[in-house]
Design a binder for this molecule. Sequence first.
Ligand code: CA
Length: 226
Amino acid sequence: MHILVVEDEVRMAALLKRGLEEEGHVVEIAANGPDAVWMATETDFNAIVLDVMLPGFDGFEVCRQLRATQHWVPVLMLTARDDVQDRVRGLDVGADDYLAKPFSFAELAARLRALDRRGSEVRPPVLEAGDLRLDPAARRAWRGPTELQLSAREFALLELFMRHVGVVLTRTRILEQVWDLAYEGGSNVVDQYVAYLRRKLDRPFGRSDLETVRGAGYRLRQPEAP
Ligand code: CA
């Protein structure tokens, strides 16, 4: 396999490279977020071993950017600890698997073999909720037979809701996941975009699936099939 290791700690990166090369892999190293995105975009790797903590921007952002630009190379994220939040966040941004540090090299090698068996066409499945469908790979969404015309931001927002049907999402969480971490506007941008989304998702169909939960945030109710 041709593997990209993304890790800024020099000793850890060297250790991973040597170990993986001993297993017969070809390994390249990126030491920060921007380099990782650039290398993964330029080269077809079979897998990426991606540390969460990186200079530039972190591993979540690397993964998010790759998926947003239609790169489906399998990603194994290395989290600092067995942190549920990190794991959930990793899967939310499109990572395929994760491994908590410290880990055994044998386990890392086994996870990579499993990812390789799944192939590099690890496209996310189409999400469904009632008569709503969303295809993350094709960037298309439908209500019943009607395709929804969504902006990139509206699409990302709907995707987040569809990954958490029935769950109340706070404005802060929505901001973190749909807007860049560097975004410094107020959280009322979330209210604004939820309103846009309702205009396309609910109103034309006489529905109100995207609910306001007073004092908490928003929730996509499990929509009933019409
Ligand atoms: Ca690191």
